[in-house]
Design a protein around this ligand. Structure first.
Ligand code: C2E
Ligand code: CA
Ligand code: CA
Length: 693
């Protein structure tokens, strides 16, 4: 090749200015080349040498790369064409050049031609560089060895690699796992190879996959020969430099065997052997999933409990075979009646349960139940005989994400119980009113606790009238629940609270504190309220310190003890720890607190039993006062009470007639609607002012 061949046409631009610019640029580049730490040279586009780096001259460059100072001998003969292409077309070039070093070791060089272009894209020079890339080349070789290892792994593991060019639609397969290959090719849509039943699932995985992210998923292959083949696949979309999707690379592995093994294990752990349905363990798992979806997504789900009617009779009269046949039949019917996504489980014996996810209304649940009942009415043939079976069904729709999911199971059980109670062979949808007394009580206690914390409890005051002296003797403090939705509730609605140890203590505390604070306020305001009676529950005596506690409070509020009455029912006196009660009552009495025996006549205590207690007041229960037939009792109690030095208070006096009788019998004090209903504290002053005896 002659140097003529390398002569580059001067081109269109031959203005001196442009030339000067090109020269300036080349000179600047030449300065740069002279400083690079590796062998490099800058060639003019006529291939004359413009500049060389010190390393170029200092280092013993492999002879094949560079052989001298002139352009002709600079480049290995076989690279000359590439050099021309670089000059003429601006095409960069690079290649590896293995050489043997003087010590016999192998060296690798990388020769590079880079076109230097002016702003118009015209090549004005070429930079030639030669770099020792022995270390890099070795790592490349190692990578090649790694690639071989990878190949071996693919073969050993029977993995199939599929590369799909997203632009051209070309597909490449590794030469491994040949029997998978024929099922893993597709025409337009990668999902073509997926079994129709698994397609949606895979589509979901793919839809949520980000480009460049690898996702693992398992699916069944769509095979014409009907052989079930489970695949574990990893897929990743690779992008080009511009971030555009370029190719889809997948790794496929046949996991049918492993899948069968795990299925077998799952079957043992989570399937009922007789019916093949999910067992209780799997049911529980699915139930928690449904509950979690309800809690986080607000999804509604239904739970249905099914119990075969008179199953024991069928077993006993027709034999266990018939029983088993019936259970299997029922399992089949259940699977028929409900959607394939619903969990139909056998919980044990003749008990089945169904979880229905993603419901909108109760109707969504009642429809399949009706289907099931229709199926059940068909006769079952067994051992030449035919019999019909029926089932009781309890259902519940869970739509309150805040409700405890454990209640759902309980509620479904309650509905089932109701269905049985109502004569079996029917389905009943749970309603809150079905919940047992016990459960309602627990719920109520929970509500009350919250209400106490929210300060919804307050005292009302009912006047007690002294009919001899025609004046207001005092007031009884009665607890009220100012319910935010239901208005003011009387203790009838929260009596359970007084039976609950912890709550009755809190309410007792609250009553004493509020009553004393109120008395203090009235005293300060000059409201002449007489005495205030506070009801004390059994629980309040348990600490053993009630007397001290009350005295401390009286002192704290600076209320004279003569202003306070405590009302204790005879049941409290006669019940648990009566010594403790009597001791505390005695202390309080000694301190000046008045003691009233409440609800007298409703318990089992006789007045003789109660002699040991320092009782100042006897309150006749309103049931006696209001019942004309109990006149004799009322009369006797009043006579007895006064003979023992107690004042007698009649409760529940609602009319003048009752009042007249009590006056005749010599009753001292009257409490009842006739004189006044329990009222808020701020009405007391007005009541007192308006009272005319
Ligand atoms: P109790 O101690 O026997 O209170 C008298 C009850 O009779 C009150 O019912 C009162 O409103 C009602 N009453 C008064 N006069 C009449 C009337 O003329 N006709 C009718 N039908 N009823 C009348 P309330 O306020 O519903 O309280 C019921 C029970 O709750 C009380 O019976 C008491 O055992 C308990 N209780 C109320 N407040 C407290 C409290 O602060 N602590 C404790 N431990 N128990 C309380
Ligand atoms: Ca009372
Ligand atoms: Ca009473």
């Amino acid at each position: 090749m002659t140097s003529d061949a390398l002569v580059v046409p001067t081109g269109i631009k031959d203005e001196t200015q442009a030339r000067a610019q090109a020269r300036a640029r080349a000179r600047a580049f030449g300065d740069f080349v002279r400083q690079v730490p590796f062998p490099a040279a800058l060639l003019h586009r006529d291939l004359s040498l413009l500049a060389v780096s010190p390393a170029w001259t200092a280092q013993a460059i492999a002879p094949a790369v560079a052989v001298g100072g002139d352009a002709g001998g600079l480049v290995a003969p076989e690279d000359r064409v590439a050099l021309l292409a670089c000059v003429h077309e601006g095409a960069d070039f690079s290649r590896f050049l293995p050489t043997l070093a003087q010590d016999g070791s192998q060296q690798f060089w990388r020769t590079e031609f880079n076109a230097c272009k002016d702003p118009d894209g015209e090549v004005y020079a070429v930079m030639v560089s030669v770099r020792d890339v022995t270390g890099y080349a070795e790592s490349v070789l190692r990578a090649e060895r790694d690639e071989q290892r990878l190949r071996m792994a693919l073969e050993l593991d029977d993995l199939l690699v599929r590369e799909y060019d997203l632009r051209t639609g070309e597909m490449y397969f590794s030469d491994t796992a040949p029997e998978l290959r024929k099922w893993c090719a597709f025409k337009d849509d990668p999902l073509e190879i997926v079994h129709p039943d698994d397609r949606q699932r895979c589509a979901d995985v793919m839809a949520t996959r980000k480009i460049g992210e690898a996702r693992v998923f398992e699916f069944r292959l769509k095979r014409d020969d009907g052989i079930e083949t489970w695949i574990r696949a990893v897929g990743k979309v690779f992008v080009d430099q511009d971030g555009q999707p370029e190719k889809l690379v997948n790794l496929f592995k046949d996991i049918t065997d492993r899948r069968r093994q795990t299925e077998a294990i799952e079957t043992l752990a989570f399937r009922d052997p007789l019916t093949g349905l999910p067992n209780r363990a799997l049911f529980q798992h699915r139930f928690h999933e449904a509950a979690a979806a309800s809690e986080t997504l607000g999804e509604k789900f239904g739970l249905i409990m099914i119990d075969v009617d008179h199953f024991k009779d069928i077993n006993d009269t027709l034999g266990h075979d018939a029983g088993d046949a019936l259970l299997k039949r029922l399992a089949g019917m259940l699977q028929h009646a409900f959607r394939s996504g619903d969990t139909v489980a056998r919980l044990g014996g003749d008990e089945f349960a169904v979880i229905l996810r993603g419901l909108h209304s109760e109707a969504d649940m009642m429809r399949p139940i009706q289907n099931l009942q229709g199926l059940l009415s068909r006769p079952i043939e067994h051992g030449g005989r035919s019999f019909t079976a029926s089932a009781s069904i309890g259902a519940v729709l869970h739509g309150d994400p805040d409700a405890d999911p454990e209640h759902v199971i309980k509620n479904a059980d309650i509905a089932l119980y109701r269905a049985k109670e109502a004569g079996r062979n029917r389905s009943i949808l749970f309603e809150p009113s079905m919940r047992s007394e016990v459960e309602r009580r627990i719920e109520l206690l929970r509500d009350i606790r919250a209400a106490v914390s929210a300060n919804e409890f307050t005292l009302f005051y009912q006047p007690v009238i002294d009919i001899r002296e025609h004046r207001v003797a005092g007031f009884e403090a009665l607890m009220r629940w100012a319910h935010p939705e239901q208005g003011v509730l009387t203790p009838a609605r929260f009596l359970v609270a007084f039976e609950d140890q912890e709550l009755s203590l809190r309410l007792g505390d609250l009553a004493l504190e509020q009553a004393l604070r109120q008395m203090r306020a009235w005293l300060d305001q000059g409201v002449e309220f007489g005495r205030v009676a506070v009801n004390i529950s059994a629980a309040q005596f348990r600490s053993g310190r009630l007397a001290e506690e009350i005295q401390e409070r009286l002192a704290r509020w600076n209320v004279p003890s003569q202003r306070l009455t405590i009302e204790v029912t005879e049941n409290v006196y006669m019940g648990w720890g009566s010594e403790l009660v009597s001791e505390n009552v005695r202390k309080l009495h000694a301190a000046g607190v008045m003691i009233a025996l409440d609800d007298f006549g409703t318990g089992y205590a006789s007045l003789a039993n109660l002699r040991q207690f320092p009782i100042d007041r006897l309150k006749i229960d309103k049931s006696f006062v209001q019942n004309a037939e109990d006149e004799a009792i009322v009369k006797a109690v009043i006579t007895l009470g006064s003979s023992m030095g107690m004042k007698v208070v009649a409760e529940g006096v609602e009319d003048a007639e009752q009042l007249g009788a009590l006056v005749r019998y010599g009753c001292d004090q009257i409490q009842g609607y006739h004189f006044g209903k329990p009222m808020p504290a701020d009405e007391v002053a007005g009541f007192l002012a308006g009272f005319d005896g």
